[in-house]
Unconditional design. Structure first.
Length: 236
């Protein structure tokens, strides 16, 4: 039995609140169980120096956890990017760029700020899933202002955690499960069912190909459910 009584293949209850941040070009608050991630999308009419003059845009991300988003207070001075935060925001940036036609975006940058309001496991995956909604709306903003004429998004994207908890493969680990899991993995997938990134670690016992296969099957089920919910929120 899982700590919260869910079935092994069951996501935590979730909901999207589109347009949560009034002044951002795009935003989304995703409540996934007791993990609440707020993602805002901001547009700048410039690109990093390494892209200047190349006719290509850029999508990047920043990630942080608010001081009492977790079980203990994070000092605000520690909210500056550390090793963990840098690794997570690079993952988010890579994931989002995988579904964006950067040349069609033009020489502009979209920054996705991902902030954990409440953290109970799976914050990086929730960031990616919410970031897609925020990014979609930022691009719609550009279209409405006639700054964008081409379709930029090549696919949708979502992410979910899977792992081995007490000998059982499970979907969408919360903190109580993640903190003692034998294996934990983060899986990023496109709406068309292709893998963008798989991050998996055996915390104690190594896992075999059969276990990996079952975890990936669970991840696909979870991402399929999130993708369908994204479509409903966006009216697609």
């Amino acid at each position: 039995m899982r700590p919260d009584g869910r079935e092994p293949d069951q996501l935590r209850p979730f909901e999207f609140e589109r347009g949560f941040a009034k002044f951002a070009e795009g935003s989304c608050l995703l409540k996934l169980g007791d993990t609440h991630m707020l993602v805002t999308a901001s547009i700048e009419e410039r690109v990093p120096p390494f892209l200047k003059g190349k006719g290509s845009g850029w999508v990047t991300a920043e990630y942080s956890m608010l001081p009492r988003s977790g079980r203990q207070r994070n000092d605000r001075s520690l909210m500056k990017p550390n090793g963990r935060s840098m690794e997570i925001q690079r993952l988010i940036g890579r994931a989002m760029r995988a579904v964006v036609d950067l040349e069609s975006l033009g020489e502009r940058t979209i920054t996705l700020d991902c902030d954990a309001v409440r953290a109970d496991g799976g914050t990086r995956c929730a960031s990616i899933t919410a970031a897609y909604i925020a990014l979609y709306d930022a691009l719609e903003y550009l279209k409405k202002n006639r700054s964008l004429k081409k379709n930029v998004l090549k696919d949708s994207i979502s992410a979910i955690s899977v792992g081995v908890y007490r000998g059982q493969e499970v979907l969408d680990l919360n903190y109580d499960e993640d903190s003692v899991a034998d294996t934990d993995m983060n899986v990023v997938m496109t709406g068309s069912g292709k893998f963008v990134e798989v991050q998996g670690t055996a915390e104690s016992d190594p896992f075999g190909a059969d276990t990996l296969g079952r975890m990936l099957k669970l991840a696909k089920k979870g991402c399929d459910e999130l993708t369908e919910a994204q479509k409903q929120v966006l009216g697609l």
